[in-house]
Design a protein around this ligand. Structure first.
Ligand code: FAD
Length: 370
């Protein structure tokens, strides 16, 4: 008899867990079912920047998780043979206008690059050199280039991983499910029992755990971005991602497409409407860097719901009171970077059991539950 494992949530954490449950040794003994509603999913609405090394955050556990996550993604992209429209190591440029801030950033870059070879080559660039690397910019700012930086298309990434896992041991079911008081999964086709359940439900984790009498300290945050057409740059495939100081990020997708994002709207919570104010704010940022953009250049707007904890740290692991259930949430604004590693750790634990020590990556899971 194969062991039955369920995953609730088909964002980057759930899809990565499904992928590793179909590739790690022991996968032959598993039958995996993934349930995903998809409404408001953060992963498919995300901007797609992978560049944790020069973050201003001082949280050491988060940095370790994000840096190891960026490295795992490089490996996963090769292993799963992902196309360049799914994951591309384009490099990233982080700008600073104040010379003192710039020299601090450069010192940090040198220190971090010495510690982590996957950060790749680093360069200090003048405003003109930034423009040379990203020709669609009408205005440059001095910055630091990091060749290990990448962009990822969350929706395509998830799709690719689920397709590959479906060829091995995964069944995907679309639609919303709930838990009953005993922790079994209630689906439209009845109550289902599994040997283990991985709940990767992002901002919706509190709803799912409510029937178990558990409260989770996770709050939703609305995020919006826009995708624009930049007609003159149809021939360009790879340009670095620009992370300008005090402005929205600019992510050239190649072939004359550009993403600008994203907003952070705590009041918006689970609201999925595209608002005029957010669109204006994003377009304004885009126009300050790229000439000739108008409202008509906007091809698409996306909205998703991020999950945040009080200390902005993700959490993941086995629920102490319900040992068959593993959870992850709170990935915030950097979940495309940390999600695949969290998915892999959860998949490994579901297969091999035990109580791994993840203290280098996260605080005690109990901090987030009451
Ligand atoms: C606008 C925006 C821009 C972003 N940009 C970046 C970026 O550039 N770089 C970066 O690293 N991160 C970025 N992020 C953050 C990143 O997208 C998230 O942290 C990450 O995708 C969270 O992944 P997840 O799998 O935990 O949750 P999600 O992707 O939200 O997936 C959770 C899934 O669970 C499903 N679900 C929930 N409840 C149920 C249920 N009861 N039954 C069935 N299914 C259920 C949901 O429908 C959803 O599909 C961005 C986010 C947003 C919104």
């Amino acid at each position: 008899m194969k062991r039955k494992i369920a995953i609730i949530g088909g964002g980057i954490v759930g899809a990565s867990a499904a992928y590793y449950l179909s590739t790690l040794s022991g996968h032959e003994q598993l039958a995996v079912t993934l349930y995903d509603d998809g409404t408001g999913q953060a992963t498919s609405a995300a901007a797609g920047i992978i560049s944790p090394w020069l973050s201003k955050r001082r949280n050491k556990q988060w940095y370790q998780l994000a840096k190891d996550g960026a490295s795992l993604l490089m490996q996963l992209a090769r292993e799963a043979n992902l196309a360049t429209d799914v994951y591309a190591q384009t490099g990233t440029i982080i700008t600073r206008t104040d010379p003192t801030d710039m020299s601090k950033l450069w010192e940090l870059a040198k220190q971090r690059a010495a510690e982590d070879p996957d950060m790749g080559e680093i360069q200090q660039l003048t405003a003109e050199e930034v423009k040379e690397k990203i020709p669609l910019l009408s205005k440059g700012q001095p910055g630091v280039y990091v060749s290990g930086g990448a962009r990822i298309d969350g929706a395509k990434f998830v799709d690719d991983l689920l397709t590959q896992a479906s060829q091995v041991n995964l069944t995907v079911k679309h639609g919303k499910v709930t838990l009953d008081e005993a922790g079994h999964i209630v689906t439209p086709a009845g109550t289902k029992r599994f040997d283990q359940i991985i709940i990767a439900a992002g901002a919706w984790l509190p709803d799912l755990l409510a029937p178990l009498g558990m409260k989770v300290a996770v709050r939703p945050q609305k995020g919006q971005l826009i995708q624009l057409n930049v007609q003159d740059f149809q021939d360009y495939e790879n340009m670095p991602v620009l992370m300008p100081e005090g402005e929205r990020d600019v992510i050239p997708l190649g072939h004359g497409q550009l993403i600008v994002g994203a907003t952070h709207d705590d009041e918006g919570k689970f609201d999925l409407s595209v608002t005029k104010e957010a669109t204006q704010d994003l377009l304004g940022s885009a126009q300050r860097f790229v000439a000739g953009l108008t409202v008509d250049s906007i091809a698409e707007a996306k909205v998703g719901t991020r999950a945040y904890t009080e200390d902005h740290s993700p959490f993941f692991g086995r629920l102490p009171m319900h040992p068959k259930i593993l959870v992850a949430s709170g990935l915030g604004a950097s979940g495309l970077t940390t999600g695949p590693l969290i998915g892999r750790l959860l998949a490994g634990t579901a297969i091999y059991g035990g109580k791994p020590d993840w203290s280098k990556y996260e605080k005690n899971l109990a901090n987030y539950f009451s």
